[in-house]
Design a binder for this molecule. Sequence first.
Ligand code: NAI
Length: 420
Amino acid sequence: MSEVDIELGRKKLAWARAHMPIHAILRERFHRDPPLKGVTVAVCSHLEAKTGVFIETLAAAGAEVVFTGSEPHSTQDDVVAALNEQPGLTGYARHGADEASFQASHMAVVEHRPQFILDDAAELTARLAHHRPDLLPGLIGTCEQTTTGVRRLQAMHAEGVMAFPSYAVNDSPMKHYFDNVHGTGESTLSNIAQCTNLLLAGKQVVVAGYGYCGRGLADKARGWHAQVTVTEVEPRRALEAHMNGFRVASLAQAAAWGDLFITATGNPEVIRAEHFEAMKDGAVLANAGHFNIEIDTAALESMAEAVREVRPGIDEYRLSDGRCINVLADGRLANLASPGAMGHPAEVMDQTFATQIMAAVDLVARREELGTGVHPVPDSVDRSVATLKLESLGIELDRLTHRQSRFEEAWRIDDIRAGE
Ligand code: NAI
C-alpha cells in the first residue's frame, strides 16, 4: 500500500475551506454557542476535502464526530488522515476497500453509538437499524442527502422499522436546485472530459432521466455544444424535456445514435443488453445516478469477448461483432469514482452541507415535537442557508413592503382592494 501524503490532505482541506464561506460563518457562530455540544454525530459520505470541511464544522458545533465513506472509490486517504489527526474526529475508511472492509468500517462507526446520522443513501442508518436495532432508541434523528436514501427511509417507515425523525435534506430547494442540477451537471461533464480527453461539441449525448441531475446534465451538455437526447419513463418530465428543446426518445431508439450515454435515474439496469446490441462502435457510457447499478456491466461483460483498460478509468468491452463499448469508472459515479475525480465544486457543497448542518441543529433542538418519519426541512432553515450564501456573495435582496405583505396575505375583497 502506498504511503499516505497527509500534508496533501491538509492542503486539500485548506483549499476547500477557503471556498466554503457559509461554513466559515457557521464555525464562527458555533464557536460562541455550540448547538451540538455532547452529541455523537456519525457522517457517511464521499470522503474528500469538502466533506472534510463539513465534518470539521460539525466538530466546531460541539459534536463528537465519527465518519466513514459512502463509496470505497471516492474515499481520499490523504484527507481521511488529515481529519483523523484533529481532536474530536474519528474516521474509518480506506480508498478501494473491498466489500468486507467497507462494511466493517460502517460497523465500526455504528459501534460508537451515534445519536445523530448525516447519511448518504441511508447506508449507515439501514446498517444500524438492521444489525444493531438495540441502538435505535439512542438515535435522535438523521438527515439524508440523496434521493435514493429518502426513498429507503420512506420504505423503512412504511415497514414500521423507523423509530426516529429524519429530515429529507435531499428534497430541500437548497439541495436539488443547486447540488443535483449544477453540482452533478458540472462535475460529471468535467470528469468525463478529463477522463476521456474527448470533445463534447457536436457529439450525440444521451441523458437517461430528466430529474434534477438529468436537467443539469442535459443543459450543460448543450452548453458545451453537444446534441442532446433525453430518455424518460415519466410523461411530464419527458414533455418538459421536449419543450426545453431536447430530442426525447426511448433508450432503444437513442442507443443507435448516442456517442456518450449518461445515466441519472436512480434505477438499476437502465442501459442493458438490448441497448448494448444497438450501440455504435466506440460508444462511451457513464453513470451519474446511483452507485454502480444503472449500467448493466455484468450483462456487458457476458456479451464481451474481451475486456481491457484502455485509459485509467475506462474499460473497453470488445463484442463478438468487433464493436467496442467503453464504460467509465466501472459504471460507478463518474464525478466521484473516475481517476482524479473531485466530486461537486466546493461552492455548491458549501450550500448542501450547510443545509445538512442547519437541519441537524434544528432537528436536535426540536426532537420532542417531531414524530417518527421523514420530514421536509423547515423552509426557515432552507432560507437561512440561502441568506448566508447571498451575504457571503455581497448580493442584496429586496424586501416586501408592508403593503405588499398585506396584499399577499389578504383574502377578503375589501382587504385586497385596500392593498392595491
Ligand atoms: P429525480 O427523481 O429528480 O430524477 C430521476 C428521473 O429519472 C425521474 O424523472 C424518473 O422519471 C427518471 N427515470 C427513472 N427510471 C428511468 C429509466 N429507466 N429511464 C429513464 N428515466 C428514468 O432524481 P435526481 O435528483 O435527478 O437524482 C437521480 C439520481 O442521481 C439518484 O440516484 C441520486 O441519488 C443521484 N445523485 C447523484 C449525484 C452525483 O453526485 N452523481 C448527486 C445527486 C444525486
